[in-house]
Unconditional design. Structure first.
Length: 367
């Protein structure tokens, strides 16, 4: 499979859609349709608290990391085919990791030098670190070794969080409350006040998610007589469902591992990995196997410049640009929720138009 997979661009764009204004648009749409600011879809576009069931928005981050892993086998094969050795690939991994970390620091505005409120562990930076570590291990270690490392991380993180509570934990259950968790305590005491209690120690727990993506990419590339694309997709869906069932059972067993995004619990990694794999299989089957890709153009435009729009949205006021051009529309309709919907729609529209201009001019920025 040498050609570019349109499904990867589409899935990456689908994921970035939520981060670049899509979540606000869907939440506003839910309010517009129901008149309730706390409609089901509006709630799904926010992160769940420690004890609440996970929501759709809680799976956006791991999906992006998963997709970064999927692309690695394809990009590595191209580099090796053109004559690059392992040393050159290693240096490229390190360069990309450093680039993503720097982008993350700039996104969190390190240039302000406001250390008490600076968020050390950015989303894009943690993706870079987790992806980079998994990519290096994949390049230099056997597959079996990577499986052992992933298994050890999943089990080790589970036992560590269960057996090592915070020094000032209020009760015997280290995971009953956020403040009982050692990972939260560590982040609170040794990272800055702007941190969201999901970096630091939890970053190492993200490696399995990157590995799941890398292995999924390997499977997409794999060819064997009798293994049709349809069978391959069904197997991917089957594995994804099994991962979700294992996560569900693990969370409910005595002394189990609750599904917690805030500390990237092992069951959360499995659940998010399973959902990501099923989504990848679905997009791949519809777009690459069956050839129905016209509908995905909107998402592919986003996905082909995903890092670009993630970074640029921090500094370009797409929402204000939308208000400038569409600001008169809310006055034309006295409908509850109409104004937030128009604002969110304008943000998505002009962010996409910015990317479309890059797309038409074949300008693609990659980390």
């Amino acid at each position: 499979m040498d050609k570019r997979l349109d499904s990867l661009d589409a899935l990456r764009g689908f994921d970035m859609f939520f981060i670049t204004g899509g979540s606000a648009l869907l939440a506003a749409l839910g309010t517009l349709l129901t008149g309730d600011a706390h409609s089901w879809i509006a709630v799904q576009m926010t992160h769940a608290s420690w004890t609440e069931p996970l929501r759709i928005y809680d799976f956006i981050f791991p999906l992006f990391l998963f997709i970064a892993g999927v692309t690695f086998p394809f990009s590595t094969e191209k580099r090796l085919a053109r004559g690059d050795g392992k040393r050159a690939v290693t240096l490229n991994i390190l360069r990309r990791t450093l680039t993503l970390v720097v982008i993350g620091l700039l996104f969190e505005q390190v240039q302000k030098l406001d250390w008490p409120h600076f968020r050390v562990w950015s989303v894009i930076g943690r993706i870079g670190i987790a992806w980079g570590a998994a990519a290096l291990l994949t390049l230099h270690c056997r597959f079996r070794t990577c499986v052992i490392i992933t298994t050890a991380l999943l089990i080790g993180w589970w036992l560590f969080l269960r057996l090592v509570p915070a020094p000032d934990a209020a009760g015997p259950d280290a995971l009953a409350d956020r403040m009982n968790c050692f990972a939260t305590w560590f982040d609170t005491h040794y990272l800055t006040t702007a941190h969201r209690h999901e970096g630091g120690l939890a970053t190492i727990a993200m490696l399995p998610t990157a590995f799941f993506g890398i292995w999924s990419g390997m499977w997409l590339k794999f060819h064997r007589e009798g293994l049709s694309p349809d069978k391959k997709v069904l197997q991917m869906i089957g594995v994804g469902v099994v991962m979700m069932l294992v996560a569900w059972g693990w969370a409910r067993m005595p002394f189990g591992m609750p599904v917690l995004k805030g500390i990237w619990s092992s069951s959360y990694a499995l659940l998010a990995g399973g959902i990501s794999l099923v989504l990848l299989a679905a997009f791949h089957w519809v777009i690459d196997v069956k050839g129905y890709k016209a509908w995905s153009f909107y998402f592919r435009v986003i996905g082909m410049n995903a890092v670009t729009i993630y970074f640029v949205q921090r500094f370009v006021p797409f929402k204000q640009i939308g208000i400038f051009f569409l600001g008169a529309l809310p006055q034309a309709f006295s409908v509850p929720g109409w104004a937030p919907f128009v604002e969110a729609f304008g943000r998505c529209l002009f962010a996409w138009l910015f990317l479309y201009i890059l797309y038409r001019n074949k300008v693609f920025f990659k980390a």
